[in-house]
Design a protein around this ligand. Sequence first.
Ligand code: GLN
Length: 496
Amino acid sequence: MATDQSITLDQIQDFKGKYPKQLWYLFLSEMWERFSFYGMRGMLTIFMVDKLLLSEKAANLQYGATQAFVYTLAFVGGLFADKILGFRKSIFWGGFLMILGSFILATSPVKFFYIGISFTIVGTGFFKPNISTMVGSLYKPGDPRRDAGFGLFYSGINIGALFGGALCVWLGKHYSWNIAFSLAGIVMTISLLIFIFTKRTLGPIGLSPLLGKVSDAKIKVYDMMVYAGSLLVLPLILLLVSNSNYTDMFMYTVGPLTLAYIVYETLKYNKIERQKLLAAMIFVIFSIFFWAFFEQAGGSLSLFADHNLNDKVIGLHIDPNVINNSSNSLFVILLSPVIGLLWLWLNRRKVEPNTVVKFGLGFLFLSLAFYVFYYTRFFADASGKTSLDVFTLAYLVITLGELCLSPIGLSIMTKLAPKPMHGVMMGMWFLASAYGQYAAGILGAGMATVNEKASLTEKLMSYTEGYKQLSIYALIAGVVLIAISPLVRKLMHEVH
Ligand code: GLN
């Protein structure tokens, strides 16, 4: 493997077959990282209620804030990768912080909860966007195999999410939270080791952007400053995360500031590149709405699953919350190759929809899925419990929507941004997720306005009414996107 260090970018990008071999290494590394991440994510709310004795409302807000910070920091992680560290060192540093965070939590989850979570948040910020950007670097501009590559990568994400989400919470609930958090740390170590041992195969991809521009000694100093800076910022993250009142303030300032920054950066580029960046921003903005609806999964849909669903799916008895947490990942794994093949098949017949239309389709599926969530009310029994089968069907539909938007969104960020802005635009993509998460909490809270003593039937009506509204909004978004697709296509120039 050592000899691969000399491999050139052309040799990597001129790979034969469907996928470059490096994709498999990034796939494995990201799979274990997502195992750790979704393992943590799946434990948070339950742990906060059971062990930190937070009220359900507080735990939900806290959960939303944590998720929002994770994805906000992805913007910062992408920015520093572009400017100073490069993707490799960012991934290494992020992975290292995530491991530290998990083991801090494992030592004493109650005592060190917020500090452990803060390490994980900063670590994920450095890891997550940059490994995604590296996938894009494996392809030449215009290589038609890029979307399929991101599709495969997305399956890896969900294999990790499926097992991590299920195993960690099960260990925590039935054995010990210390062991569950240790597991998150162990798998993150595996992820990082895979990355360290295979990174030689990446040739020049992901090396410091400063290489050759400033002296090696200076690069070291800059690197150290980023490392030190990210450690210094930890107490601030700790403060923000442990007090969800600050979340609003934070979210209101970060968005406009980053937008101003992106506008400033785009001034350096010519008209065509600026138009492409504008197209990328349109995708980013629509994706905020997508995630705001989609992420009901972690909030209102999990409460809905808890209260209003029976436990029978295709004749089997399964906890509705398990279905709520894992069916989406399972469907992604099963459907991602099918969708990939469908795009190829349509492509050969020259009728493959372009990216904008695919995004529009994503919203139409989202709309249909929420209509199915709404429709569960017509299957309810007298006690207000309704069909888990229909609920699962809605997850199948929502997953089709996700697959039209999310892997394609990752791919398009690397196609539309000029190379020095790859990391930051990927960060923007995840920043949209941050806002989506944040808005999801607010939307979910809005649906839950029935009083605490409401009957199950009243709760059912209240939530499903909310889902009907979301279905209408998603439909409007989808129609708007498809209607403006010729315009956005123009802004994208040769990219599709
Ligand atoms: N489920 C995907 C992942 O974990 C997408 C998450 C997101 O962008 N909100 O990577």
